[in-house]
Design a protein around this ligand. Structure first.
Ligand code: HEM
Length: 130
């Protein structure tokens, strides 16, 4: 199975696991005061729904979907908009991988490697718009 298919299946298991998005944001917000500051005025219930789609877009991009959605994310997260510094994506990725490891009941090392590969591709595109 290729990395993108492996990740798609893992993501299905994560989304079916209750509290997956709650746990992700708990991890992510705990990772730095800079992150907490960015989300100080955010409706986190709405944000969790937006992230559900955002991660799907990263996975679909790795499966060959056009980069339109990720370019839009690149623009919304850029310096003159949300101003998300490129190094913050490291914290995002680490928080997400830690959360997946707990919520994917079929997780193994290969799943972790596949996620990192798939997400890095899309994250690099988003960061390139900073
Ligand atoms: C908003 C996805 C990384 C902070 C959003 C939205 C999506 C999203 C879908 C809502 C739509 C939009 O504004 O474009 C993602 C994905 C990421 C990522 C897929 C990783 C590849 C980050 C990082 C930060 C961050 C590293 C750092 C703090 C924010 C903030 C908002 C936002 C502050 C606006 C929240 C509000 O409306 O108050 N993100 N994001 N994002 N994101 Fe991200």
């Amino acid at each position: 199975m290729n990395a993108a298919d492996r990740v798609m299946q893992s993501y299905g298991r994560c989304c079916a696991s209750s509290d997956f998005f709650d746990d992700f944001y708990q991890n992510f917000l705990a990772s730095s005061p800079q992150i907490r500051e960015k989300f100080a005025n955010t409706d986190m219930t709405a944000q969790k729904q937006l992230l559900r789609q955002g991660i799907l877009n990263l996975v679909l991009y790795a499966r060959g979907m056009p980069d339109t959605k990720l370019r839009a994310l690149g623009c919304s997260h850029a310096r003159d908009a949300l101003d998300i510094r490129p190094e913050l994506y490291e914290l995002w990725l680490d928080s997400l991988l830690r959360t997946i490891r707990i919520h994917d009941r079929a997780w193994d090392e290969q799943t972790g490697v596949a996620w990192r590969e798939v997400l890095t591709k899309g994250i690099n595109l988003i960061k390139s718009y900073y």
